[in-house]
Design a binder for this molecule. Structure first.
Ligand code: DAH
Length: 340
């Protein structure tokens, strides 16, 4: 009996000693000291021993248990440190290795400009209403007072999907969509891509960007147009920017104007950017033509309005000194990186 206990003790100590992992060690503990472990089963069978043997056996088993538990605890600590060291070794990182350079993206300069333009108009209480790039010729031309035989259609030849469906040549189509679904007062801007059947060169691309604007309410006059648009030029370029309104013609406005801003590059003295004139044309505008209002179900005797349309590509080019319109569309990373 004494021998059995000793054998269990010695075998147990040996297994504990040779355990290579915490799991192996725990398994060894369960095998000896667990509910069905070898030492535990001796205790459970104590009654099969004689009356003299019983207390001796009990004492020996308890002593063996104490030793095994002690050995287990010591080994457990040892393994814990070993395993931690091994893990630290494995997961070690060399903080002196140079990091991989991550290329940061940034907004395209055209989007920076678009955001700045919208920021001004939103701050003045305008809503932003985008409208479809694929339009009907009714919205893109007819409703804008430009019937089929109107010569202005030639200037805005675009890409046709069918006879009546085209890629919009101007964001002005968005004015009609807005007026048809919203009763005045209206104050909206509408940014987006537009298309023309133009040959590609340094100043022409078949796709470019505009921001349209429309205000319709009772009592809107040319004064409002001038105030809002000269405020825009000051906000966009600089506080001392001057504006000039030249008479012009657009089928959907009457009277119509073209708006110039004093050249931000030379302050109006005349330079290469403004071709020596001191002025840069930034947009077309005018008082909404009566026909356009009434076509959209708005009574022109009660309501008046003004509209404008500006080319984003042009003002982006001026602001950043970009001298070739094509580069904006090429997605060349070397172009984009210049604006970091
Ligand atoms: N749609 C015109 C163009 O593409 C620009 C324009 C001029 C828009 C006058 C307007 C406006 O709303 O009133 O050339």
């Amino acid at each position: 009996m004494i021998q059995t206990i000793n054998t269990i003790l010695n075998d147990g100590l040996q297994v504990i000693q040779s355990a290579k992992s915490q799991k192996e060690l725990l398994d060894a503990k369960v095998a000896v000291l667990g509910k069905n472990g070898s030492l535990t089963s001796i205790l459970r069978n104590l009654k099969s021993f004689s009356a003299e043997e019983r207390p001796i056996a009990g004492k020996l088993v308890n002593e063996a248990r104490g030793k095994l538990e002690q050995a287990f605890a010591t080994k457990f600590e040892e393994l814990k440190i070993l395993e931690l060291t091994a893990r630290l070794e494995k997961e070690k990182i060399d903080i002196t290795v140079p990091s991989q350079k991550r290329n940061m993206g940034r907004l395209h300069p055209m989007n920076v400009v678009k955001a700045k333009v919208l920021e001004y108009f939103v701050s003045m209480g305008f809503t932003v209403d985008e409208s479809p790039e694929i339009e009907t010729d009714r919205y893109n031309f007819d409703m804008l007072n430009t019937p089929v035989d109107h010569p202005a259609r030639n200037l805005q030849d675009t890409l046709f999907v069918t006879d009546k469906i085209l890629l919009r040549s101007q964001t002005s189509a968005g004015q009609i969509r807005k007026m048809e679904k919203t009763a005045p007062p209206i104050k909206m801007v509408s940014p987006g891509r537009v298309y023309r059947a133009d040959e590609i060169d340094a100043t022409h691309t078949p796709c470019f960007h505009q921001v349209e604007g429309l205000v319709v309410d009772k009592g809107i006059t040319m004064c409002d147009l001038k105030g809002i648009l000269s405020g825009f030029a000051r906000y966009f370029f600089s506080a001392d920017t001057k504006t000039r309104f030249r008479p012009s013609h657009f089928p959907f406005t009457e009277p119509s104007v073209e708006v110039d801003a004093s050249c931000s590059a030379c302050g109006g003295k005349g330079c290469r950017v403004c071709k020596g004139t001191g002025w840069i044309e930034i947009l077309g505008a005018g008082m909404v033509n009566r026909n356009v209002l009434s076509g959209c179900g708005i009574d022109p005797d009660v309501y008046t309005g003004f509209a404008f349309g500006m080319g984003l590509d042009r003002i982006t080019a001026i602001l950043y000194g970009i001298n070739d319109a094509r580069v904006s569309f090429e997605g060349d990373i070397r172009f984009l990186k210049q604006f970091d």
